[in-house]
Design a binder for this molecule. Sequence first.
Ligand SMILES: *[C@@H]1O[C@H](CO)[C@@H](O)[C@H](O)[C@H]1NC(C)=O
Ligand SMILES: *[C@@H]1O[C@H](CO)[C@@H](O)[C@H](O)[C@H]1NC(C)=O
Ligand SMILES: *[C@@H]1O[C@H](CO)[C@@H](O)[C@H](O)[C@H]1NC(C)=O
Length: 982
Amino acid sequence: MIIKYYYILLLLVILISCTLSLNIKPQNKLNKPKVNLKSDQLNVHIVAHTHDDVGWLKTVDEYYYGANMSIQFAGVQYTLDSAITSLLENPERKFIYVEIAFFERWWNEQTSYTQQLVQQLVASGQLEFINGGWCMNDEATTYYDDIIDQMTLGHQFLYNNFGIMPSIGWHIDPFGHSSTMASLFGNMGYDAFIIGRMDYQDIGERLINKEMEFMWRSSESTPQYQIFTSVLRAMYCTPSGFDFEQGDPPIQDDPTLFDYNVYERAEAFVQVALEYATHFRTNNVLIPFGCDFAYMNANMYFKNIDKLIEHINANSSYGINLLYSTPSIYIDAVNRAGLTWEVKTDDLFPYADDQYSYWTGYFTSRPALKGYVRQNNALLHVMEQLLVTSNSQSMVQDIMVMRQAMGVLQHHDAVSGTEQQHVADDYAERLSIGNTATLQTMNQLVGQLLQKGKTAAPEFTFCPLLNESICPSTNPLSSGSSVPVVIYNSLSWTRYEQVKIPIPLVNVQVTNSSGQVIPSQILSYSSNTSILVFYVMVPPLGYSSFVIAPASNDDEDATKLENKYYSKPVKQDLIVLENSKVIALFDQLGNIMSITNKTSGQYINVTQEYLYYLPSFGTDETTQCSGAYIFLPIGTTAYQYNNNTPGITVSQGPIVQTLTRYWSDTMIQTYLLYVDSDHLETEEVVGPIDISDGIGKEVISRFTTSLQTDQTWYSDSNGMEMQKRVINYRPSWNLTVVQPVSGNYVPVNNIAFIQDVNQQVQFTVLTDRSRGCASLDNGEIEFMLHRRTLYDDQRGVGEPMNESTQIITTTKLIFHDISTRAQSHYRPQAQSISNPLYPMFTTTSMSSTLWPQQYSSSYSPLTGDLPEGLKIQTLQWVDSTMDAVLLRIQNIYQLDGQDTEDPQTVQIDLSQLFNSLKISSVTEMNLTGVMKYSNINRLQWNTTTPLPTSKLSKVFREKEDSQSSFVYEISPMDIRTFMVTF
Ligand SMILES: *[C@@H]1O[C@H](CO)[C@@H](O)[C@H](O)[C@H]1NC(C)=O
Ligand SMILES: *[C@@H]1O[C@H](CO)[C@@H](O)[C@H](O)[C@H]1NC(C)=O
Ligand SMILES: *[C@@H]1O[C@H](CO)[C@@H](O)[C@H](O)[C@H]1NC(C)=O
């Protein structure tokens, strides 16, 4: 009996706590403590902090425990132990903490007593979480989905354990800053964005002109997410002379002892503070005390800072008020000054720290890891959706390992490629473990989804190496079994696209879920693997299934098939790939010459070359080398990468026509034109890069076109808004050109294009991973595909980036019209390349007509496609206990002032969204889903240019949650976040 009551009680407690956690507190930003600020003095805000890289020279776990001290003396567990102890010793002290990946590890090891003490420190404002993502993410090479996910993961942890949400973005180390990051912080409800690195020419001017703080209105489409931005005076480490943990003189304040120095040290610090203050406009200045992995011995810092504060504040002749502070206290003080701030609209790429050192190499460094991150993002989103639509909340626990691995990978030394080799291996392993766990869960789930009546749930397998044409799941075909393939579509509109599946045979037949045979083609074949291609129609957030069966009564034998479809060497002057929409011409070496829109007759002359830059190894002028971070070519010349004539094969089939150029096993290019497509695709095999000649290489693909591009090109910002780029030019400051090649490189994550405004045409390139891109001359655009450099670039990683990986990368090349709705030609395609159709395999001995009848062979939880332009960006359980789902809707179009029809705000009725799930409540939230949207109360600022009022009606939305109706409007490029219960 007692046990039973106990259970009922427990159930009640769980029920109550579930309800409570849904009932989001009205004000859950930090309660800022009262601090003593002086209006007539300089307030020096000492921010005690530690910058803990979530992997870099050591792996994330090595950093946590403090293993491998010979590489770097760093152990985050000691830092947290030590800093917390120091805070408890003196209530005046404050400390900030940033990286939740580490904090969560530490928190889980603490007793509930210690946890309570820490909660009190947070409540009193002594310990403040700043930024609060799983890591401090990179801004150049991350995809917006991944940034949002990793911030959400950290914020959920903080909300669950402390009931708070941070209010400041603190990206003091990332190597340049993206406009998307700024507007995402705005959408989270942050008050400010504090950064450390800015181009040396830009910051040089700003220091002189006191322009270290400004309003960053980074998105034309969503200016309401503008964010006040503050640049640190001199990066994020303690001013020199005051790093008490690393051997700088302690404050010696007993006059009876030798080496009494408190006056001298105080005087020196006052000079530093006054110098810092000359670059800022208010009577507040922020001085960081800390650095990478600082505060392992927090007492060494705090004890001396205590004395500095005490001494300086006691001496009124200094006229300075020193205080323990935090970024949010500092920003509040700056805000209260009530000044009017300049508005900045362009982004902060590329970043250079001197004339030889453009940090534009990491846009491309470790492209295999960059691709693997994107692939796993796509998989995780498939999984998250399936967990919701199949109502399998408890399984969220099984994919936490994947959520966390993806969180770790967004760190600015992870996906950026700027870590040591053993750390890169550790990152890949984490993803692989997450991937395996996700697929295991997916297997259970998909089987249940398909199960109908009494039929047993089928077992599913997956082909994570599909892009390398490895797919053991189709092996049963060779022993006569059929292989049903369930194709999942994670986008919110019906897709009619081709899939490519490696199979061990050539004679097969594909049937759809109505049991009808559909056209298919063997794309290429070798002795044991052929690539089967067919078109599939898949409903939104759902799947269709197809059965691949060995063709029993095939009248075509293998030789005939070979003659008909298989690739063959060609000897022709002109090679043509053509379907009903497009003609692409190539010369006899397979060099592309032109792409023509058959309907309009418009064409573009385009050539493409593989070239390489010679990485600097510290020659004549400078000792700077090209390396993991920095791209520094010797001279401006790019050399031919392939010195031999490629072998050319062409295949012409009913589904796709291809042209393959083979130089060697380390350089292969295939152009593909699918029958129903209006654009070309290329698949490139690049690497390992040959260094047998003793030199590194930075390999690029350069397109040269006949377009008049006016020195201008465009690249996306983390997959979101396009950034206008002009050769040798920065919109907000006067650039002195010192590096004509690397100084023009910018990151591309998904979309880049050049356009000819007179002809009203555009050449768009969509990439499957992040890389560097530049236009160095009119009509040109180039992409760095891979790089291998043999020297360290002296920015800390301490290793050459001598990586011998091979990548297989897919790119779409779209030549299109821009007279109307230009974005419709590439935005949905860009989503497709980032969220590929996901195939899942099973096996059966049933006939191809029977199988689809025995199972739920096609499915969508939605009532139909979302309205044009809208995408369900997130559909996931908050966690395994809270009975609520996070739903984000994004408008994938942006305002760009180019379209004759500007993209519109689109309405959606959430109650009409799902057919299988009935929504019972909708609460609009901040972007990370931890705070009610209506409770966001951002600081207000005066700016030199007011928010554009003409657009206000489009971009500002109602703050009230209307509970009677679930109709919402999503303006261009906006993402709205909802907490939904069913
Ligand atoms: C494109 O190339 C063709 C053949 O070389 C040439 O006749 C034509 O003038 C070129 N068009 C443009 C716009 O450069
Ligand atoms: C750039 O230089 C020009 C000419 O010297 C000057 O008029 C302009 O104000 C400068 N722009 C900025 C942003 O400093
Ligand atoms: C090709 O031209 C037709 C007719 O002008 C146009 O409707 C279509 O959008 C064009 N295709 C692309 C990809 O721009």
